[in-house]
Design a protein around this ligand. Structure first.
Ligand code: SAM
Ligand code: SF4
Length: 371
């Protein structure tokens, strides 16, 4: 059996206090934006706020859940809002998305949103969620500043859902989707990861999404499951999925909304509804990636698949810095971390003869990074 841990990424500390041409940021142009060596600019920030979850999706979490992060290691609402303020005010971030684990597990989620909204009044604040319990909290969250939600829903078949998530909670998720729609959080996006055993249900899921006015996007399963069971042979690829959907729906390709949007869109039965397919494995979009990620413990991850992380929590809590110096150190360290973002998953280690379809496993699984 594979031992499950939160992972032991390589963690870097504070950037040296000197010119931007120093240390981590060698060769970096003089700009505030989160640029990298390949000309990409990160404008989309994903913040994981917990490793805990109400589901145990087999492609993400181990059956027993992830080991608990010690409470004192988790960022507080004040610390999260401070990072949002620096990211938006100084580093050019335009979209902030809370994720996990399951963000709704945090009882102080409304406080996180309220302080983040106050820190960055004009930024887009969204959340990726399994929607369990959303029906009871959506009004409070919208009042606190939530603009949009992406809800993960892999099947509308109760048995398939329970098998895949190891929990019989489909009715709770559907209640959450309906609550999001009723609260006016349009467009409500649904994210679905398919496994070979659930691919046949994809047509019913799309029909449900179309009926309820939700925008469904299928995501290829990436090798980020905590159990390490991912296998290329079992992948339900975008091509497999199109074949299955094509048996029920007429799909017309309409391309991507913008180059950094990972989903390729297809009109369903002539539209206006579309379905998105995110071919994260078979058609990597790393070249257009505009993301930067924070883990729940306050480290920057420049790439889903890179295990290098850079610690911001120590700066947030350093007693030798005044407020301005703290913000400067956060900004400089974050810029340095993004400057060395790898070009693509595993590509920095490319060796002659390497199988281009092989992917190195990461120390952290998706639930511990934040998808
Ligand atoms: N619990 C929330 C949820 O499920 O929406 C937020 C966290 S979850 C890690 C974020 C997204 O990552 C979900 O849409 C989930 O389907 C996706 N995800 C998790 N593991 C994945 C994997 N191995 N490959 C592709 N997507 C994955
Ligand atoms: Fe939980 Fe989301 Fe991972 Fe499913 S995908 S186990 S809901 S964190």
């Amino acid at each position: 059996m594979t031992a499950v841990t939160l992972g032991m990424p390589r963690v870097r500390g504070r950037a040296p206090a000197a010119s931007p041409a120093d240390g981590l940021a060698q060769g970096r142009p003089d700009t505030d934006a989160l640029v990298d060596r390949y000309g990409r600019v990160a404008r989309d920030l994903r913040i994981s706020i917990t490793e805990k979850c109400t589901l145990r999706c087999t492609y993400c979490m181990p059956a027993e859940g992830l080991p608990a992060i010690p409470r004192e290691h988790l960022l507080t609402p004040v610390e999260i809002a401070r990072l949002v303020r620096v990211a938006v005010g100084r580093l050019g971030i335009t979209d902030v998305r809370f994720t996990g684990g399951e963000p709704l597990v945090r009882r102080d989620l409304a406080e996180i949103l309220r302080l983040s909204r106050a820190a960055a009044p004009d930024v887009s604040l969204s959340m990726t969620t399994n929607a369990i319990g959303l029906d009871k909290r959506v009004d409070e969250l919208v009042a606190a500043g939530l603009d949009r939600v992406n809800i993960s829903l892999d099947s509308v078949d109760r048995e398939d859902f329970a098998r895949l998530t190891r929990r019989d909670r489909l009715p709770d998720v559907l209640a959450g989707v309906r609550a999001a729609l009723a609260a006016g959080l349009a467009p409500v996006k649904l994210n679905a990861v398919l496994m070979p055993e659930t691919v046949a249900g994809a047509v019913d899921l799309l029909a449900w999404a179309v009926d309820h006015g939700c925008h469904l996007r299928f995501i290829e399963q990436m090798p980020l499951d905590a159990d390490g069971n991912w296998s290329r042979a079992d992948l339900v690829s975008a091509a497999d999925l199109l074949a299955v959907l094509g048996e029920r729906f007429a799909l017309t390709a309409v391309g991507r909304d913008d180059p950094s949007a990972p989903a390729e869109e297809w009109l369903v039965d002539g539209g206006p509804q579309t379905v998105g397919i995110i071919a994260s494995v078979t058609r990597s979009f790393c070249g257009d990636c505009d993301r930067t990620r924070l883990t729940a413990e306050g480290t920057v991850r420049s790439c889903l698949f890179g295990d290098d992380e850079t610690d911001l929590r120590a700066i947030l809590r350093a007693s030798d810095l005044d407020e301005d110096a703290r913000d400067d150190a956060i900004a400089r360290t974050w810029q340095g971390a993004m400057w060395v973002k790898p070009f693509a998953h595993g590509m920095d280690d490319a060796a002659p003869g390497r199988d281009p379809e092989s992917f190195a496993a990461t120390a952290r699984s998706m639930g511990a990074i934040g998808g």
